[in-house]
Design a protein around this ligand. Structure first.
Ligand SMILES: [Fe+2]
Ligand SMILES: [Fe+2]
Length: 261
């Protein structure tokens, strides 16, 4: 570590801990401790993929980068299934699980339940921005075309009310983005074309089940959906990430989210 740049960029807390040490040797210990904490923080997490919450650093592991082996996150099987991803990468995945549960309780078709289960899986593990498009692309080779279409369209539909079916603009968006937020033209266009599509209601149902699936304390297990996944998701025998599909790299990126290269 470059001591000079570390010393000039020390946080206020570090400065205070060093200043608070009484003896010279205690000051040296405080400095050592601060540098070690700083080194742990240097283990790179690419800005594209990220794991929530950020895993704790491993004490004493001074590697600045990880490549195909990150001791902070669970190891995945050689041929991972979708359920493995829910358990080892997406967990707790409460929002998508609650959303699928709601769809099932509302007596929805299995395609809708499957779409609800998958609609946001990339958000906390891979990428947030334009997440409807990313999620749809990730699952497209493995689900019915209607399911991936609906997942993609939910990106736009969520910004537009449909009072006929009881979908209102989410209050949360007013808090998040301000009352004067206007979606970008590509979202406006995507909504307009989705409205005319024969699968519009499939996607609209994702947004309806979406809205009420942020309940605190409601825990749903992925195992409750094993049958629905079995019937509606074509699990590749080589495992997700290793089947040579055009999206295999996306799944690998979630298996090894912190690879340096
Ligand atoms: Fe979403
Ligand atoms: Fe959602």
């Amino acid at each position: 570590m470059d001591r000079r740049s570390f010393l000039t960029n020390m946080s206020a807390a570090t400065v205070a801990s060093i200043a608070g040490a009484v003896t010279l040797s205690a000051k040296a210990d405080a400095l050592e401790e601060a540098m070690s904490v700083e080194l742990d923080k240097r283990i790179v997490t690419p800005s594209f993929c990220h794991i929530e919450p950020t895993p704790e650093a491993v004490a004493g592991d001074t590697r600045p980068y990880y490549q195909h082996e990150d001791p902070r996150i669970p190891k995945m099987p050689a041929a991972p299934t979708l359920i493995d991803f829910y358990k080892l990468r997406f967990a707790p995945a409460n929002h998508v699980l609650q959303s699928a549960r709601l769809a099932r309780n509302n007596g929805m078709d299995e395609k809708i339940i499957m779409a609800c289960l998958l609609h946001d899986i990339c958000v906390s593990n891979f990428i947030r921005t334009d997440h409807g498009y990313w999620c749809a692309q990730m699952v497209k080779p493995y689900v019915d075309e209607e399911v991936s279409w609906a997942i993609e369209a939910h990106q736009a539909l969520r910004f537009f009310p449909d009072t006929e079916v009881g979908y209102e603009y989410p209050d949360a968006y007013i808090r998040f983005f301000g009352a004067d937020y206007v979606p970008e033209p590509y979202i406006v266009e995507a909504h307009a074309s989705a409205r005319k599509h024969r699968w519009y209601m499939t996607s609209r149902l994702i947004t309806l089940n979406d809205l009420y699936s942020f309940e605190e304390g409601v825990v749903v297990e992925i195992d409750d959906f094993t049958d629905i996944i079995g019937r509606n998701f074509r699990q590749p025998k080589e495992g997700l990430g290793f089947d040579g599909s055009p999206v295999a790299h996306m799944w690998r990126s979630m298996i090894w989210p912190n690879n340096f290269l």
